[in-house]
Every structure is written in C-alpha cells, then in structure tokens.
Design a protein around this ligand. Structure first.
Ligand code: FES
Ligand code: FES
Length: 166
C-alpha cells in the first residue's frame, strides 16, 4: 500500500506492506539513523519519533497510521524547534541535544534518540517543567547505562537555554 506523510518537513510517499512498523520504514527504506530498534515492544523508547508533535513509539506504530500526518525524527528536531520559535534558521542542534552534550549525559548513546525526542516534546508543551514533571515524562525511556541524573540536569539546562532564546 502507498502511504503519504510529511517527514521532517518534506512530503514522502512509501510503498509498504500493510502493518509495517513506521520504524522499519524510517530506518530501512528512508535510511534515517535517529530512531533505533531497541525492544521492539514499545517499552524502551529508543525508536521514538514525534507524530504531529506527540511522541510515539515507531516500533509499535503501523506506517499507515501516519498517513497525512507530520513525522519528526531526531534529524528534523532543530528545524521543528526553529518553526516553533519562529527562528530565522534552524540551530545546528535542538537545545536538548546541546544540553546532553554539555552535561556529557549519555554513555553508549543507545537511548539518546528517545530521550531527546521525549524531552523536546516535554519542553514544547511545558517550557518550565518541575523536576517531578521531567521525571514523569522520561519515565518510559530506559537507559541501561543509568544516565538518569545527568539527563535530568541536561533537561533543566535545555529549559533554561530555551527561556533565554524566547
Ligand atoms: S524499540 Fe520501540 S519502544 Fe523499544
Ligand atoms: S547511555 Fe547507554 S543506554 Fe542510555
């Protein structure tokens, strides 16, 4: 079946068997490297993307479910952020990406895609989150390296950076 959707601002049409997970289309057909296969069961968050601005597990989302919708992957987050903030041009990195680097928050990096996508969603909705709101938002993202305290610091840092930009 043919499925048309917007991917990181560009209209794309793919031919996929019905029920094909969006993750497979993004990684195998469209060669994106942001979303990652982790558990394949919707439990780890490494495959997360934004669908119409809402975080979704792409391993559990049939590609047909994004027909006519807007999918943003890690690769598209800086432009997505720039559109929200009405910036003249996208930054090189979304503030969450920059903050994770500045805090040296991740180790192996396998969870990073999902952490960044989820934190970007959180800060778009809740620009000044409490620690409890951050923890609650990130609860469904597993990090086998135990980077949670540094990720918390990084999200606080990104929130502060966004306030300066606003
Ligand atoms: S790979 Fe999708 S949630 Fe783990
Ligand atoms: S940094 Fe290794 S899984 Fe999170």
């Amino acid at each position: 079946m043919a499925v048309t959707f917007t991917l990181n601002g560009e209209r794309r049409t793919v031919e996929s068997a019905e029920g094909t997970p969006l993750l497979y289309v993004l990684t195998d057909e469209l060669a994106l490297q942001g979303p990652r296969f982790g558990c394949g069961l919707g439990q780890c968050g490494s495959c997360s993307v934004l669908v119409n601005g809402v975080e979704r597990r792409s391993c559990q989302t049939p590609v047909s479910a994004v027909t006519g919708r807007s999918v943003t992957t890690l690769e598209g987050l800086p432009a997505w952020y720039a559109a929200q903030k009405k910036l003249a041009r996208p930054p090189a990195l979304h503030p969450v990406q920059q903050a994770l680097i500045d805090e040296q928050a991740v180790q192996c990096g396998y969870c990073a895609n999902g952490l960044i996508v989820k934190a970007a969603e959180l800060l778009a909705r809740t620009p000044r989150p409490t620690d409890a709101q951050i923890v609650q938002a990130m609860n469904g993202h597993l990090c086998r390296c135990g980077s949670y305290p540094r990720v918390l610091r990084a999200i606080r840092r990104a929130a502060a950076a966004i306030q300066v930009t606003a």
